[in-house]
Design a protein around this ligand. Structure first.
Ligand code: ZN
Length: 251
């Protein structure tokens, strides 16, 4: 693995546009389950689709019951060595942006500034009104749920909803465009902990390759982009990224 680490470190230090793409695999070491994997939460429960959320109070109540359980785990989770390694690359001036499929907010918690993070699937630590689009304090919403309000609503009458992309909800246009732009303009593109099976994630490494970017993947399982990638590391994200940062700092 050391040779691969050295290759990646050299590319990062080359001073081009370094873009990192992260998926659930970067957060499993923080104790956050991969919701879409087998045995994940969506295997146990049928998902609540966006249309149901907007049209049925029962569906909203069900969604919020699940969120309470999910959010407990996320609120207790800490950034792990993989998140911290990426924040370190940013501190060193070597990271252009992180595009993430995760909704756990752990990149922000690791110290990476908001403007460096593109959240393709939103953020479950943020609550938004589906009417006036305002962001609500998560603590207030939690209090209302605890007090027995099964599906809190905004003062404007709109439904409050965790600010994530639900099943059946369209992708956020601005974020996807930004992610595509970053991928197309990258010189070094690193995938961490994503199987790259869903769109638009699946396309980002291809955009990067179109720009002749150096493509690296750190993931425990196979991805459809393994064959086109320059360096592939089958290892836990925390270990691999720590080694990469060590190599970057040493040279
Ligand atoms: Zn509102």
């Amino acid at each position: 693995m050391q040779n691969k680490i050295a290759q990646i470190a050299a590319k990062i230090k080359a001073g081009g546009n370094n873009v990192v793409f992260t998926g659930a695999g970067i957060s499993t070491e923080s104790g956050i389950p991969d919701y879409r994997s087998q045995g994940g939460i969506w295997d146990k429960f049928r998902p609540v689709y966006f249309d149901e959320f907007m049209s049925s109070k029962d569906a909203r109540a069900e969604y919020w019951r699940r969120w309470v359980e999910l959010y407990q785990g996320i609120a207790a989770a800490q950034p792990n060595p993989a998140h911290l390694a990426l924040a370190r690359l940013h501190d060193l001036g070597l990271l252009q942006a992180v595009v993430t499929q995760n909704v756990d907010g752990l990149h922000q918690e690791s110290g990476l500034p908001d403007e460096k993070i593109v959240e393709l699937h939103g953020n479950t630590c943020r609550i938004r009104c589906m009417g006036c689009r305002q962001i609500m304090a998560v603590e207030d919403v939690q209090q209302r749920l605890t007090a027995g309000d099964p599906a809190p609503e905004c003062q404007c009458g709109g439904y409050l909803k965790p600010d994530t992309i639900s099943f059946g909800q369209s992708m956020p246009v601005a974020e996807v465009e930004r992610a595509v732009g970053l991928s197309r303009g990258s010189d070094f593109f690193l995938v961490v902990g994503s199987t790259l099976l869903v769109q638009p994630a699946a396309h980002m490494p291809i955009y990067a390759k179109d720009n002749d970017a150096f493509l690296s993947i750190i993931n425990l399982s196979e991805t459809p982009c393994d064959r086109m990638c320059d360096v592939l590391i089958r290892e836990k994200a925390g270990l691999a990224l720590q080694e990469i940062v060590k190599a970057v700092e040493k040279g």
